[in-house]
Design a protein around this ligand. Structure first.
Ligand code: FE
Length: 187
């Protein structure tokens, strides 16, 4: 019983800490180290994902069972179970490469690096998406907070949340999980 209480207190402390320092509270937090054992910005072999495209903007409405078959476990967890990678562990939070970011699940172009800014929150942050319908927005009242969830406008993958404490010109901060992104470089 005592150990159960300790676990509950630890989880509560984690949630409060994340909310206060970043505004990006976890839905479910897992420790993802996307740098581990990887020498590429791609997370998996896209040739096995027939829906992956940087040019096809038609909407995808696939069953979760299909995504589960196509995606690496950690990507499926964040994208379709609304997980959140631990702050300062993703490969892009302090990455400043020049180029384009796409949805790791479907390839939809989401952000340009020139809209990325240095944020202390521990997740890659952008002040605007690639185009208006690159992303979609949803009310998220989980964990007793009022937030706006950001998903991929094509496949519906969970990306992160948007906050109004970003820099000019938009004043918005798209706080995005690294694991939901792939960096395409310049094209
Ligand atoms: Fe997508």
């Amino acid at each position: 019983m005592r150990s159960t209480n300790i676990i509950i207190l630890a989880i509560a402390a984690l949630l409060v800490g994340c909310q206060n320092s970043t505004g990006q509270a976890p839905n479910k937090t897992i420790a993802l180290d996307m740098n581990a054992g990887s020498d590429t910005m791609n997370q998996y072999d896209h040739s096995k994902n027939p829906h992956y495209s940087h040019t096809d903007t038609s909407k995808l409405d696939l069953p979760l069972s299909e995504w589960k078959k196509l995606l690496p476990e950690e990507l499926y967890y964040v994208a379709f179970e609304k997980g959140t990678e631990r702050a300062f562990t993703g490969k892009f939070w302090d990455f400043d490469g020049v180029g384009t970011y796409a949805c790791a699940a479907c390839g939809n172009v989401l952000f340009q690096a020139d809209a990325k800014f240095a944020s202390s929150c521990g997740w890659p942050s952008f002040y605007q998406p690639e185009r208006k319908n690159s992303v979609a927005y949803h009310d998220d009242n989980s964990f007793g907070m009022v937030r706006t969830e950001v998903t991929c406008g094509r496949c519906g993958a969970h990306l992160g949340h948007i906050f109004d404490d970003g820099p000019p010109p938009t004043g918005q901060r798209y706080c995005i999980n690294s694991v939901s992104l792939e960096f395409l470089g310049t094209k």
